[in-house]
Design a protein around this ligand. Structure first.
Ligand code: SAH
Length: 317
């Protein structure tokens, strides 16, 4: 499995690399946190920009990612520290390092090409593999197979519709419950067959896309952990520090946008005249009104970037 990973890791191309580095406004003596280090695609460039006073902290749930990123970073300098953890532990990780504030934080959400390309991880519907989908291979959370075989029809339908915005959520949930009465559903292909029978091929997008996305989000508690991590991220930014988030689907982007807007706040008019800022502290501003998207060339050379949306927040107070 490891050889396979080495073979594929060169295929993970960092998304919006130049925009990320510019967005973080990297200073050579700064402290930066890459909350989703993956293959280290963004972090190797970040680390190259730091001098002996700077520090890069890398986090990932996935032990393969930590290993591969570590090997790449080690060739550049020793000004980095890696943690195989959830980014929901961001504040704890910084406190073990006795660090109170940082200059920049990056989230490049979702799965890496390395994870998608290892069939055994069960993230990809194009391979036949056990339905796993845990980002942390050592964790005891329920796998996708556990969820598919134990959730009620209602819970499955809710999961597919909330986390996958799947039109046929109810029909697919019903078909799963019927199928599993005959035999436990354990592989990606079994699930894909059930979905294809019910939802069929409607468009260029594979009918299993949304259900797989929904399951992945649920298995890894992605939205809850993202919310927790963002709440921890704002207060640890230095004044002028930047938070850069790349999301890959509308549910993720909505979560990010909502959190950013809370901290940007708004001015409300007072009865006695004048106005007052209303919002969550610490306060910040958006660097771009609209999210930054990859251009056509990037999408052509890196299909993973297709749905990327990058938002940048700067702490001001
Ligand atoms: N920026 C990286 C790619 C990141 S892909 C690069 O260019 O190489 C997204 C990574 O986020 C994956 O490796 C995944 O394991 C990790 N991840 C997803 N959810 C996480 C979480 N809650 N905590 C920590 N890492 C997470």
């Amino acid at each position: 499995m490891q050889n396979r990973c080495y073979m594929h890791c060169s295929h993970h191309i960092p998304v919006l690399l130049k925009a990320v580095i510019e967005g973080l406004n990297v200073k050579s003596d700064g402290i930066y946190v890459d909350c989703t280090i993956g293959a280290g695609g963004h972090s190797v460039v970040l680390l190259e920009k730091l001098d002996d006073r700077g520090l890069l902290i890398g986090i990932d749930k996935d032990m393969n990612a930590i290993k591969i990123a570590g090997e790449r970073l080690n060739k550049i300098s020793n000004r980095y520290k890696l943690f195989q953890e959830s980014y929901a532990k961001l504040a704890d990780i910084l406190s073990t390092l006795h660090i109170k504030t940082v200059d920049g934080i990056l989230f490049d959400l979702g799965v890496s090409s390395m994870q998608l390309d290892i069939p055994e991880r069960g993230f990809a519907f194009r391979y036949d593999a056990p339905l796993d989908m845990r980002m942390n291979q050592n964790s005891s959370v329920q796998t996708a197979a556990d969820l598919i075989n134990s959730l009620s029809e209602d819970e499955l339908a809710k999961c597919f519709s909330e986390y996958g915005e799947e039109r046929y959520a109810r029909r697919i949930a019903r078909a799963i419950v019927e199928a599993r009465q005959l035999k436990r559903i354990t592989t990606t292909s079994e699930l894909v067959n059930i979905i294809e029978k019910v939802a069929g091929r409607q468009s260029k997008i594979h009918p299993a896309t949304r259900v797989f996305q929904a399951l992945r989000i649920k298995v890894n508690s992605e939205l809850a952990e993202l919310n927790q991590a963002l709440d921890q991220a704002f207060p640890i930014l230095k004044h002028g520090g930047r938070l850069v988030v790349i999301s890959y689907h509308s549910i993720e982007d909505r979560t990010v946008k909502r959190k950013f807007l809370e901290h940007i706040g708004r001015n409300v008019s007072l009865q006695e005249g004048g106005s007052k800022w209303q919002g969550t502290m610490p306060r910040g501003r958006l660097i771009n009104k609209k999210p930054i998207l990859p251009d056509e060339n990037e999408i052509k050379s890196n299909p993973r970037s297709r749905s990327a949306k990058m938002r940048i927040f700067e702490r001001i107070k």
